[in-house]
Design a protein. Structure first.
Length: 470
């Protein structure tokens, strides 16, 4: 079957509509692949083979009856295990949540099902999503399909590994500081951190509200940008359970509209120094875009040092204090990575109301300042991280070498609420994927995807990991 295991969503749905393949066949092939690779990768937390088979049979019947089919009819997807799917465990990597089983779907899960998608299972995360490596005491670590000695990233590491390995056609992650973009970069797939409010985060743990709605979002992950766009279009739209939910209409860009769009190659002393291979990937992306009619030039953005300090204030001390109170009687059950995060997040002691209110105000003024700088340059190009995937156990929060240094290129977008996409562009000398990041202004997610797709088209076909040698 030509569309398995690495077919695009469009290829899969076309073969189903033409009756070249049935959803039942796809699901059975999918289970065989998962059974082979799950012991190596540990990408999934929960699998629902009988539920998927039942959905596949229903999908096949609709095709045979000539019924109207949804845009994802028969497509097999996975979903991060911090997003509610009715009847599935939703542990978010924690022993403290191992018995939590939601009674109803998150809105985005309902929308995927309504579009015809078949949900296979949910995927592994670090505990409470608070690390860039996927490992926890409940279900263990997830490995990178390109090299099992390396991390798949976090916190959507299980999702990235499953998609890169062909164990699902695409899926959903979440991102509070790079947690979609970094695993996508580590595993050689695509991912979109959307503008807050474009896809409802209702039914996600930790819940987002008030100041935290800007930090954490849910978004699509897949092997191609076209697939990411299709998932985005299905999931997007307002929902009353999301405080930032916005009824923003979808937009499509024609190629002629993109000619002459100004692209800035992001420069900032606050972001640290990326590896030579990573810088070379960004330079290659710039050349590819220049060759397709974009105006590409260096762009220095001021204020990112303050953006990163403010991001850490919310992601570290504020969220850390909330977590510390919620686990006060269960500290013996939390993972070493979560314990390390809490030690750094709460090292300054309790925060005051004045500190919190000032940080909220400073964030709004800084966001406006950055938007003014980007008035004539709507898209920026940068690394996702300073390095490719690190080895298991090498991620940490230590000053000078840890996440606050290596992941700065991704983190500031979560403070400002900007959309950002990761698209794979090449391989390191060790054979690990390197992605580049396309950054846009709020609510211009479709422009970000259009630029990302231009890079992807100029790059050539997506490259699958060599799982046999991993």
């Amino acid at each position: 079957m030509s569309c398995f295991p690495y077919g695009t969503l469009a290829e899969i749905t076309q073969e189903i509509r033409s009756k070249s393949v049935s959803p039942v066949e796809i699901v059975e092939l999918q289970w065989k692949r998962i059974e082979t690779l799950q012991p190596k990768l540990n990408a999934f937390v929960h699998l629902d083979p009988e539920g998927a088979r039942e959905q596949a049979r229903a999908a096949e019947n609709l095709v045979l009856r000539g019924a109207q089919l949804g845009p994802l009819h028969g497509v097999t997807l996975s979903i991060k295990s911090c997003i509610d799917v009715a009847g599935w465990p939703c542990p978010a990597g924690s022993l403290l949540r191992r018995d939590y089983v939601p009674k109803q779907d998150a809105p985005l899960a309902s929308r995927l099902k309504a579009a015809g998608a078949i949900l296979l299972g949910n995927t592994n995360t670090p505990e409470f999503l608070m690390a860039y490596e996927t490992n926890n005491r409940l279900t263990g670590k997830t490995s990178n399909p390109w090299n099992l000695a390396h991390s798949a990233g976090g916190s959507s590491g299980g999702e990235a590994a499953a998609i890169a390995a062909g164990c699902s056609a695409g899926g959903v992650g979440s991102d509070g500081g790079g947690s979609i973009r970094v695993p996508a970069h580590f595993c050689g797939i695509c991912g979109l951190k959307p503008t807050p409010g474009r896809i409802p985060a209702t039914g996600h743990f930790p819940p987002g509200s008030g100041a935290f709605s800007w930090i954490g979002v849910v978004g699509p992950m897949a092997r191609t940008i076209a697939d990411v766009r299709l998932l985005f279009e299905v999931m997007a739209g307002p929902d009353p359970g999301d405080a930032l939910s916005a009824p923003v209409p979808l937009r499509a860009y024609r190629e002629r509209e993109l000619r002459g769009v100004r692209i800035g190659i992001l420069e900032s002393d606050a972001l640290g120094v990326a590896s030579p291979e990573t810088r070379a990937a960004v330079e290659q992306a710039a050349r590819l875009l220049g060759g397709r009619g974009f105006l590409v030039e260096p762009f220095r953005l001021e204020g990112l040092d303050r953006a990163l300090d403010l991001w850490w204030f919310f992601f570290g001390p504020v969220i850390g204090n909330l977590f510390e109170h919620s686990i006060a009687d269960d500290e013996d059950q939390i993972s070493p990575m979560l314990r390390e995060y809490l030690s750094y997040a709460n090292s300054g002691g309790p925060i005051t109301l004045d500190q919190f209110m000032k940080a909220c105000t400073d964030r709004d003024f800084l966001r406006a300042e950055i938007l003014c700088q980007m008035r004539d340059t709507p898209v920026l190009l940068s690394p996702v991280s300073t390095i490719p995937a690190f080895r298991h156990g090498e991620g940490n929060y230590l000053p000078g070498t840890g996440y606050r240094d290596t992941m700065r290129f991704s983190q500031w977008l979560n403070l400002t609420g900007f959309p950002g996409a990761s698209v794979p562009l090449g391989l390191s000398n060790e054979g690990l994927p390197i992605g580049v990041q396309i950054i846009g202004r709020p609510f211009e997610d479709e422009l970000v995807l259009a630029v990302a797709e231009a890079i992807e088209q100029a790059r050539g076909p997506w490259q699958a990991p060599l799982l046999e040698s991993a």
